[in-house]
Design a protein around this ligand. Sequence first.
Ligand code: GRF
Length: 204
Amino acid sequence: MSNHVLGILCSGRGSNMQSILAAIDAGQIKASVGVVLTDKPEAKALTLAREKGLRSVCINRKACSTQQEFEEKLVAELRAAGVTLVILAGFMRILSPYFVGEYRHQILNIHPSLLPSFGGAHAHRDVLAYGTKVSGCTIHFVDEGMDHGPIILQDTVPVLDGDTEEILAARVLQKEHILYPKAIELYVDGRLELVDDRHVRIKQ
Ligand code: GRF
């Protein structure tokens, strides 16, 4: 076991969180989970985390008067839990430079497209509208830009005739559930080297 403590931030279903928890249970990721945070009281991820006996806290954005107040509460929870790596797993809020600065190079995000193409909240819809033949998912460090930081891992899926948003999303999600645990494993094993603000080298 490394000394890494994960803080997982989710807004909804939490299937990526579940794949990460399974990888911890299986010994693939040698880290513990300090806290699961959500911005939405109804997030299924919150229930899943509680069922697993994990510390889980909802910081309702709507109950905070400013984004700064919301993020200070997130940071306080993460600090209290001793978090060393922040995992955004379907967390549907843009984080400000304040938050990014508190955990610089210690925040990972998953995005369901091949960045830098199709960033934003409607990746699958945008892929289908554009007509690309390939899509996929990206794990990256978070910086101040949206869906922008240096890329750690990517994987691809075909876009097939007749795909709907739901069908494509399900195909990509299967890859997400493999790729995110892998990237976290590389991080906690000390195998990611940030060469510069765009390039991540994976040490053998
Ligand atoms: C995933 O497709 C992830 O890439 C995107 O939001 C979705 C979250 O799904 N950022 P889940 O909550 O992990 O099931």
